[in-house]
Ligand binder design. Structure first.
Ligand code: ZN
Length: 239
């Protein structure tokens, strides 16, 4: 089992751990704890480096399988062994761009729901750009500037972003979470991690976020596509 350090501290960019398992075939190591985000919820995985036993390995992909986080190593050198201490360093520039982008997309969700009552059905992101799909029958190209201005106003408010880990039963009492389809969470999950943009948006979410919307900077609605009468896609760029 890997302790997921990024869940409680998104700003942790370097960490100590130890190797618990080595997958020779896939050139991957499992650590007992990790700050590397393994991807999920539309946010891509982190990259970075691991120092183990005097060798430095590039981390080229990270993936969570069951309770374990696998760090896929580049190069062709010999692999570490279980039990060895490891020091992890994230590619912080990429990760911080993803944090700003992910938080910007939540500001977009919160703003579009508040102003138009439209719900999110999906989303995806890369560093500094993302897209979100909405059930938004009345969306049209003319609204793009209105939405962009409203999102930038919310960002400039300097709203605090809070992460909480709540017992399942408690989370199911929160009306905002029920709206964002919390009931789709698997049965076995006992705790729900929530991300709240204070006064704007509250979602069950596993990703990494900035502490305050002011860190996002500003955004541009780069494009908009109609995917049918109901479903509309909004493309966002973080500047
Ligand atoms: Zn999210």
């Amino acid at each position: 089992m890997t302790e997921l350090l990024y869940q409680t501290d998104s700003y942790l960019s370097e960490f100590d751990a130890s190797v618990t398992r080595v997958d020779e075939e896939r050139r991957a190591v499992v650590l007992d704890r990790s700050a590397f985000y393994p991807g999920g919820g539309g946010q891509p995985c982190d990259f970075g480096r691991l120092r183990i036993n005097g060798s430095e390995y590039a981390v080229e992909k990270v993936k969570k399988e069951g309770e374990e986080v696998f760090h896929f190593l580049g190069g062709a050198g010999s692999l570490p062994s279980p039990g060895q201490p490891a020091y992890g360093v994230l590619d912080w520039s990429r990760r911080y761009q993803l944090m700003r982008t992910h938080s910007a997309l939540h500001v977009l969700c919160g703003t579009v729901f508040r102003d138009y009552g439209a719900q999110v059905t999906g989303g995806d992101m890369d560093p500094l750009k993302g897209r979100m799909d909405f059930e938004f029958a009345t969306m049209r190209a003319e609204l793009v500037h209105e939405i962009e201005a409203a999102v930038n106003r919310e960002i400039a408010q300097g709203r605090e972003i809070r992460v909480n880990i709540l017992p399942r039963e408690q989370a199911f009492q929160i009306p905002d979470l029920i709206r964002t389809k919390i009931n789709l969470l698997p049965e076995g999950i006992q705790f729900v991690r929530t991300v709240e943009i204070v006064g704007l948006d509250l979602q069950a979410d596993g990703g990494t976020h900035v502490r305050n919307t002011s860190e996002i900077g500003s955004v541009r609605v780069a494009d908009y596509k109609s995917k049918g009468a109901i479903n509309k896609r909004i493309y966002l760029e973080v500047l």
